[in-house]
Design a binder for this molecule. Structure first.
Ligand code: S3P
Length: 177
């Protein structure tokens, strides 16, 4: 059994994912980190030298290789759901949870960011709202949606667990009906 976290940049996927992993006794894995380790390059370098489409190929290739994963919390890059077919791959890996953060919280955290290529240069607010607009319906295809608004990392992790248990219970009942 695995949990997969999706959501916008700076939504808290890494901090909530690590907390979940600790509470469940699972291992934590982050797609960006795996790609950086495997290529030996920072994500920003991959974007700059090979371009975003190549990075998206690396993401999909990685998801295809994670079919055997067991007892992991997998955090994913914010744009992973933009590649057609990736949501199906993610759902085959585990229960997919969308961490839905408020745009104001995202903006606050991204103002100091210097490493995420999608939000460097230009008007940050415009970029964030534009990308959120493009992606929101894709994120909503997750199995479970959890709002992070007004919740600490620990509270968000607790809510994720409650919602995932309920989702799995409902799914099991539907299968037995
Ligand atoms: C991206 C999000 C990043 C990383 C890359 C592209 C995006 O991951 O994959 O910079 O398109 O939203 P985080 O969501 O962990 O910041």
């Amino acid at each position: 059994m695995n949990l997969v976290l999706i959501g916008f940049m700076a939504a808290g996927k890494t901090s909530v994912g690590k907390r979940l992993a600790r509470r469940l006794g699972y291992r934590f894995l982050d797609t960006d980190e795996v790609i950086e380790t495997e290529t030996g390059c920072a994500i920003s370098e991959i974007f700059a030298h090979q371009g975003e489409p190549y990075f998206r190929e690396l993401e999909t290739r990685l998801l295809r290789n994670l079919g055997q994963l067991q007892n992991h919390v997998l955090a994913t890059g914010g744009g992973i759901i933009t590649t057609p077919g990736n949501m199906e791959l993610l759902k085959a890996i585990g229960t997919v949870v969308f961490l839905n953060a408020e745009p104001e919280d995202i903006l606050k955290r991204l103002r100091r960011d210097t490493r995420r290529p999608k939000v460097q240069g230009g008007d940050l607010e415009e970029k964030v709202h534009g990308l959120l607009g493009q992606r929101m319906t894709l994120y909503q295809e997750a199995d479970v949606v959890v709002s992070t608004a007004g919740r600490s990392v620990n509270q968000t992790a607790g809510e994720v667990l409650r919602r995932v248990i309920a989702f799995r219970h409902d799914a099991a009942q539907a299968r037995n009906a």
